[in-house]
Design a binder for this molecule. Structure first.
Ligand code: KG4
Ligand code: ZN
Length: 344
């Protein structure tokens, strides 16, 4: 019988991580905090034909890829399934049909090997990606979370507890990058294409900052996105040509500069010496460089996940799985997928 109370906790477990919340089927193996392998099979090229993620296509792609990606992760880690100590899997937030593929696969793995199943919140996974960059990293830290669904600055007090210091009151930063990409006629996935186009432009167009005026705790990306649409529209109505590189670059500055500034201010206000970051937007080169410069100037230590661990991957799921494993937080086989999980 599968009994979650019977499992013993090891100090340095071998954990398999599985992620399938959106269009990436991913698996990774960690030994303690050391990453042994990380594999991804993406359906992004297929999704690009439709300009975004089609949930049913994502679910079917996960079904086809999950066995292959897990086998590849075990093989490149040099680990046999029976050596694993736990399986950590994303149970939410995300596309339900997509989540259920990885979750069901992980349950079968945990059951057949009689090892703990660990339910990982995808966003906690994004936050844990930084742990892979520094094996000795320990809270407290100030964390900038900038993803497709969330934008917030967090005071991470312990591995399991954080307080939200500032957050968006409408769209997330990644969502704004994706919408602006569409307005600029750039293909899916949007964020990285806006970044590429921004390299060809200057921040010459006046756009509102993403920090709500007179607020230190609220960001708004909906107004910024509308301002970009209006700038394009007004230029078209006047028969003027607008440099799309300048639009992308100006948007990037307005979207990112306030996040960087407030993150550093929060660290100084709270007297916290370490800054971390996570989420797909943290793969943005301009954000990474600006945050590094600002942290250096303020005498703060910055720990960033590698770019490939900012966007969806299973290494971050295994890393978050480890913190829960060490706390003995295991899930029964009745674990279900959840489309939405509140940030805090
Ligand atoms: O963190 P993530 O997987 O989203 C959630 O889990 O919610 O990240 C996806 C988001 C997308 O909105 C994408 O446009 C954005 O991250 N993104 C970027 C870059 N790469 C991905 N945004 C700006 N610059 C990038 N290089
Ligand atoms: Zn994600």
């Amino acid at each position: 019988m599968y009994d979650i109370k019977s499992f013993k906790i090891k100090k340095e477990p071998l954990i398999l991580g599985i992620e399938s919340s959106c269009d990436e089927t991913a698996a990774a193996v960690i030994f303690g905090r050391k990453l042994l392998s990380s594999e991804i099979i993406s359906s992004a090229t297929e999704q690009a034909k439709y300009g975004g993620v089609v949930p049913e296509i994502a679910s079917r792609a996960h079904t086809e890829a999950v066995d292959e990606v897990v086998s590849a992760a075990l093989k490149s880690a040099g680990v046999q399934p029976n050596e694993l100590d736990a399986v950590a899997v994303t149970y939410g937030a995300g596309l339900l049909g997509a989540l259920l593929v990885g979750l069901s696969f992980a349950k079968a793995f945990a059951y057949s090997l009689n090892i703990p199943l660990i339910a990982v919140n995808h966003i906690r996974g994004h936050l844990a990606a930084a742990y892979l960059s520094d094996e000795n990293l320990k809270p407290p830290f100030i964390t900038l979370l900038a993803s497709g669904g969330h934008t917030a600055i967090l005071h991470t007090k312990t591995f399991t507890q954080f307080k939200v210091l500032a957050a968006t009151c409408d769209d997330a930063a990644g969502e704004a990058f994706d919408k602006v990409a569409r307005v600029l006629g750039l293909p899916y996935p949007g964020g990285v294409n806006v970044e590429r186009l921004a390299l060809e432009g200057k921040p010459s167009i006046k756009l509102p900052s993403a920090l709500v005026r007179a607020s230190k705790t609220k960001f708004s990306y909906s107004g910024l996105k509308t301002a970009v649409i209006n700038a394009m529209h007004n230029a078209a109505q006047r028969g003027e040509t607008i440099d799309k590189g300048d639009v992308a670059c100006s948007f990037q500055h307005s979207a990112i500069d306030p996040l960087v500034k407030r993150t550093v201010e929060c660290a100084l206000e709270k007297g916290v010496k370490t800054v971390t970051a996570g989420g797909g937007v943290v793969a943005n080169g301009y954000l990474r460089e600006s945050l590094k410069r600002a942290c250096d100037a303020a005498g703060l230590k910055l720990v960033l996940p590698e770019k490939k661990y900012c966007t969806d991957n299973a290494a971050m799921i295994a890393a978050e799985g480890l913190t829960q494993y060490l706390d003995g937080k295991f899930s029964p086989l009745s674990l279900n997928a959840t489309a939405h999980i509140p940030l805090a």
